[in-house]
Design a protein around this ligand. Structure first.
Ligand SMILES: [Zn+2]
Ligand SMILES: [Zn+2]
Length: 308
């Protein structure tokens, strides 16, 4: 949104556009939950946020490009740059529209800026369009964890500070945490607005009892979106154990949610080999441990200012 309108200034809504992990599954046995990879849209306090650019961002981009209103200000937060989280980036229509402004946040350092990582993935050997040919005015923010991103009104660019001495939270702020509990690391995001909070924690492998630092980061969130790719028996399978692959079992995700006193747990990053019946069974398993659990599906909407 180019400017903040009073109508949506008090909103805190989520919509899920891609909930699958690893690769898309356009298979009819998986379409109850959806086949697109990770993408969650958040409309918060008049700002437009998107978490991850899996293939789910492609239909979202079409909706935004064809929607009403003028140029858009979008804020895209990447958890990491594994293919299943960025493949839709190159097909995200708002990037090809002049006048739009897209601020892209993701893992990077002064030596390895985010912009360079995305540019490398768009080399002519891999993709026909170059990053510099995108028409939108894009800004790239390399994050290492421990930052606090503040979204500002009146078209001002977001402000990135080190998190620390907590300031009064009036506007929309996003806290960033880096975890090593995924190959090459991953960023977790906590969005805070008017006393409500959502944590986006995909592609994270919890250990028994949960990682202490992650539990601290997610504690008390109203909504926790958490990796729940495997069943216990798959993770511990004798023939093909999944330990070290960077994902959590549904049982452990539910235990971590209970321990962290979050209000709701959304099971996310469904395994591409799981059909609808398996995911429904996993949801029931999670609910026995943590009643506030629900499996994410494409088209799922949550409103933080309304009771479920
Ligand atoms: Zn993934
Ligand atoms: Zn990954």
């Amino acid at each position: 949104m180019a400017s903040k309108s009073p109508m949506n200034a008090s909103r805190f809504r989520l919509e899920f556009w891609g909930v699958r992990g690893s690769y898309p599954t356009p298979d009819k046995t998986t379409l109850g939950y959806g086949g697109h990879t990770s993408c969650v849209e958040a409309s918060v306090g008049g700002h437009h946020l998107i978490f991850d650019a899996g293939t789910g961002i492609i239909p979202l981009g079409k909706k935004l490009a064809n929607g009403r209103g003028g140029p858009k200000h979008l804020n895209l937060f990447l958890s990491h740059t594994h293919h299943d989280h960025v493949f839709g980036f190159y097909f995200f229509e708002p990037l090809f529209r002049p006048g739009n402004r897209v601020c892209v946040f993701g893992p990077g350092s002064p030596e390895k800026p985010l912009h360079d990582t995305l540019r490398a993935a768009m080399e002519p050997r891999f993709f026909p369009v170059k990053l510099r040919d995108l028409d939108a005015n894009s800004k790239y923010y390399s994050l290492q964890g421990g930052e606090r991103v503040e979204l500002r009104d009146s078209g001002d660019l977001p402000r990135v500070d080190r998190a620390g001495a907590e300031k009064p939270e009036n506007g929309v702020t996003i806290l960033v945490k880096r975890s090593k509990a995924h190959p090459n690391g991953v960023l977790l995001y906590r969005i805070n607005y008017r006393g409500k909070s959502v944590v986006y924690a995909t592609d994270v492998e919890q250990k028994d009892g949960g990682h202490r630092d992650i539990i601290q980061f997610i504690r008390g969130a109203d909504v926790l979106i958490h990796d729940a790719q495997y069943l216990n028996r798959e993770y511990h399978s004798a023939t093909s154990p999944r330990k070290g692959w960077g994902h959590t079992t549904v049982e452990l995700a539910a235990e971590v949610a209970r321990k962290s006193s979050v209000k709701r747990l959304i099971l996310f990053h469904h395994d591409p080999t799981h059909d609808d019946a398996t995911i429904t069974a996993m949801e029931k398993r999670a609910q026995r441990i943590f009643p506030g659990a629900a499996a994410a599906y494409e088209g799922m909407k949550l409103d933080l200012f309304r009771s479920p």
